[in-house]
Design a protein around this ligand. Structure first.
Ligand code: SF4
Ligand code: SF4
Length: 270
């Protein structure tokens, strides 16, 4: 079970209790808490494609600038798919580059994994019911004094209070791709497939250029409406990208090929 949100901390204890949206837990975190900011150092902090868009826009950077300044490539441990994570600073505590005296400098657009903490999210495939299921769990780290004190709330109340549903919704299909790859087990993945996944996952500007300036539009059916959306709207571009990845990686045929498409070297699915 790939747990993007659970990768965030190091040296942690995952409480082996499966939580549902209605499960209750006790937690409080605020700027005056004695452990304030201790959880923002030495992290494997993964970024979803939507995190990248939001933080990039907040910082008024191009995607290339943002990736170069603040991220590094990272291979997800179970699916072996390449994504990016936040590059910790080269100081003694390896602090997050977005951490400042008063706390998180990008709090408004903080990554999904930061919003979840101290919860983790896992998605797994229920083969009997042939559907994906989400499970939540608590991540306990010794330094965090917010656990077991303060307000009791349900997992869903916590998710809403942290703006998680609206941050998570745009990347649901992306998470499905990761989970599907993981469920296929340790199979060798062609380098080209990994590059395509990495491009869509990390750099929408490059993906847009790829669509508009390669033979893409000669090969795949893209309606006028879709094309306009792809040109103007990063979120629509991402949604299109996830469908295209499912098409080329898993043969799901969500983006159809043109009948008269020029013959090109077949991209092997996983
Ligand atoms: S992005 Fe913000 S909340 Fe997340 S680790 Fe960095 S400083 Fe902390
Ligand atoms: S360690 Fe826990 S209580 Fe302390 S700032 Fe981080 S999340 Fe909040």
């Amino acid at each position: 079970m790939e747990t993007l949100t659970g990768l965030r901390g190091l040296d942690k204890i995952i409480v082996p209790i499966r939580l549902t949206p209605q499960s209750k837990f006790v937690f409080q975190c605020y700027p005056g808490v004695p452990c304030f900011k201790l959880c923002c150092s030495d992290l494997f902090l993964p970024l979803t494609p939507y995190d990248i868009l939001r933080i990039r826009d907040y910082l008024k950077l191009s995607t290339d600038e943002f990736l170069l300044l603040y991220t590094e490539p990272f291979i997800l441990p179970r699916s072996k798919l390449p994504i990016v994570r936040v590059k910790m600073q080269d100081n003694e505590d390896k602090t997050c580059p977005f951490l400042i005296e008063g706390g998180c400098s990008i709090y408004e657009v903080r990554p999904l994994a930061c919003r979840y903490y101290p919860l983790g999210l896992g998605i797994f495939r229920n083969k009997d019911e042939r559907k994906n299921e989400e499970v939540y769990y608590l991540v306990k780290e010794g330094f965090c004094q917010g656990l077991d004190s303060g307000t009791e709330m349900t997992v869903e109340e916590y998710r809403i209070s942290q703006g998680i549903p609206e941050t998570e919704e745009p990347i649901k299909e992306w998470a499905e791709i990761i989970m599907k790859k993981e469920s296929l087990g340790p199979i060798e993945v062609p380098e080209k497939s990994l590059q395509l996944f990495f491009m869509v996952s990390s750099n929408p500007e490059r993906f847009r250029t790829f669509i508009l300036e390669s033979k893409f539009l000669e090969i795949f059916e893209v309606s006028e409406k879709e094309l306009e959306e792809i040109k103007d709207d990063d979120l629509k571009l991402l949604q299109f990208g996830f469908k295209w990845l499912k098409t080329v990686l898993f043969g799901e045929n969500l983006i159809k090929k043109k009948k008269e498409a020029p013959s090109v070297k077949k991209i092997k699915p996983f």
